[in-house]
Design a protein around this ligand. Structure first.
Ligand code: FE2
Length: 307
């Protein structure tokens, strides 16, 4: 094990042998490094297949957060009970920076990623420190940050009646809400504090209650914990208009002018994690945003969520 006390981003942990055993034996040091860097890359360990990735997650030993129970909009397929495909959206689709599921009231604390097959070209996972973004954004656009912090933000998403794997936001309302019919979907939305509107084609337009846009970490660091960048830049498909996807919590619009500084700062602070087959990354979902670059060739990156 090398020095894990540096604030290098992401923390890089070269090694060899069994990752499950390593994570089990070094849990406290791994967690300290994660708290410091926000993202860790385990490279050179012996993780040949999804089963050994699953075992590594078991070695880490924290409780999982299941995709079925989540309100994630992404279409995914389970490989083991706690490991699933990261997003089935087409290779040409960029998935912009976000905190996992921060557009819903239910989100995981950490994420594991595993590269089973590295793409021929592109396909990096951009990572961005959200505390650094918020610090810079507060200096550059203090009024926007103050409004977002005071009112929170709302997200509006139109969910199809059956899965649309051609979209990064294609998960059906039946699957998203674990509902078999419209009454079940409405009961779940009401319980979550959403408002909704059924569309003529059977799809469902849902708007969240006001959700926090800024999160304060236990050590006092403040992070841009939301899904504004991904929603604004990326929620475009046959059902969704990204210009209408986000508002402040009081319903007033969040404009291009509001988002431009956040996007520019985040782009500047982004580190592209270029995958090698066998790599495993661990990400603090409260501290670091992630996304997916477009790619060419076959790419298989799997994910698992920690509660
Ligand atoms: Fe994600």
């Amino acid at each position: 094990m090398t020095d894990m006390n540096s604030s290098e981003f992401p923390g890089f942990i070269p090694g060899g042998g069994d990752l499950a055993a390593f994570l089990h034996a070094n849990k406290a040091a791994v967690d300290a490094a994660l708290e410091d860097a926000g993202a860790l890359l385990f490279r050179g360990f012996d993780v040949p297949d999804p089963e050994s990735f699953d075992a590594a997650i078991g070695g880490y030993g924290e409780a999982g957060f299941t995709y079925e129970d989540s309100l994630s909009n992404a279409v995914r397929t389970n490989v083991t009970p706690r490991v699933f495909t990261a997003n089935e959206a087409p290779p040409t689709t960029e998935i912009f920076l976000h905190h996992e599921m921060a557009q819903t009231p239910l989100y995981p604390a950490k994420l594991f990623f595993y590269c089973e097959i590295a793409p021929q070209e592109g396909g990096a996972t951009p990572l961005c420190r959200s505390d650094w973004v918020l610090e810079r954004l507060t200096a550059m656009a203090p009024q926007f940050v103050a409004r977002a912090q005071e009112h929170g933000v709302r997200y509006t998403n139109v969910m199809p009646s059956s899965d649309d794997a051609g979209s990064g936001q294609g998960r059906s309302w039946r699957s998203t809400l674990s509902a078999s019919d419209e009454a079940g979907a409405e009961a779940r939305l009401a319980q979550l504090g959403y408002s909704w509107e059924w569309q003529k084609d059977g799809s469902l337009k849902a708007t969240t209650p006001a959700l926090d846009a800024v999160r304060i970490m236990p050590d006092g660091r403040r992070t841009f914990f939301n899904q504004l960048i991904a929603a604004f830049r990326g929620w475009a498909d046959s059902r969704n208009d990204p210009g209408r996807a986000i508002t402040f919590g009081d319903g007033s619009p969040i404009t291009q002018g509001d988002m431009a500084p956040a996007i520019a700062i985040a782009d500047e602070l982004t580190y592209d994690l270029a995958w090698l087959a066998g790599d495993v990354a661990l990400i603090d979902n409260f501290l670091v945003m992630h996304g997916r670059r477009p790619f060419v060739g076959k790419r298989r990156v799997l994910a698992s969520l920690i509660a």
